[in-house]
Design a protein around this ligand. Sequence first.
Ligand code: 1CP
Length: 349
Amino acid sequence: MQNDRFLRALRREPVDATPVWLMRQAGRYLPEYRATRAKAGSFMALCTNPELACEVTLQPLERFALDAAILFSDILTIPDAMGLGLHFADGEGPKFRNPVRSEADVARLGVPDPEGELRYVMDAVRTIRAALGGRVPLIGFSGSPWTLACYMVEGEGSSNFARPKSMLWNEPALMHRLLDTVARSVSTYLAAQAAAGAQALMVFDTWGGLLAPAQFREFSLRYLAQIAATLKADAATRDVPLILFSKGANGHLEALAATGCDALGVDWTISLGDARARVGGKVALQGNLDPAALHASPEAIEAEVGAALASYGDGPGHVFNLGHGITPDVRPERVAALVDAVHRLSARG
Ligand code: 1CP
């Protein structure tokens, strides 16, 4: 490995400079991504073609001195492999032809075979890992059980996910059966990505913050803990750093850190210093610049980077990132300013 800063930071070992990568670093803000996506024809055609998925994974690394690559794929590959019929209407978000609404719908779901229905993802991991040639580590990922259940029950994106929240209150046993099947699928999927070459694993609990504290513990945290326990009990995945990112769930940092994961992603609604005071003795932290700060001037971006580094403070265990994904309207020069500032301002003599 030519650059292992990211893996060292996740293990809370000393680094020569703070590693940085960005959620959604491959995506629509890059003209070269839009060109490859046009060539593929659709987003899913891009995801299911390992050569094209590899091409777009590497695009941001050609432009910026990023310290990690993330598999180009989507969290909705698991529900698609379960038979829900994922599709993207032009200019719209994801939709499922067969959402999960009844007991019969939940009973039909099985755990997808990562080298079967999801083989295209494992092939992408193998292709990208070979193409990286040890330049930087490759991150594999999945959605969390709760976040995947949100899309599976709602049938599409939403700002409040009323259908899954209604199932949680009216049919909690059914929601638990769904979450358990999804959690076993996620553990199997992540372990297979590690076997195929992913060197760190991240779980995106994008919609954890929709839940009140007791419901978060029962319907999201419990299954994140189940996944962490499964991966840490297996000799093949025990040493692969695991990052949990529950957006909007800052009230639960201590409980998330106690799952046995190696690092927590944090959004921008808490300072890194406060997050570190609560869990820094147990896990590394990844975050947490507001993605909207990428609209600021390069000078203002540099000042925000300096403030985030100062807030984290000295000592190991920080992976610089945004608090959520880059938006399509960001200018690539601003991303360059961010990445450059992280390395320059954090360089240790
Ligand atoms: O090209 C396009 O038009 C598709 C846009 C797009 C992209 C670039 C989608 C559809 N997914 C992706 C890639 C993606 N998704 C990655 C790639 C790696 C990277 O560079 O980071 C990752 C990690 C994801 C994960 C993902 N997909 C999440 C969790 C992270 C987050 O942003 O909160 C979620 C919630 C999704 C669902 C999804 N897929 C795509 C869209 C537009 C959405 C959001 C739908 C919604 O709720 O409105």
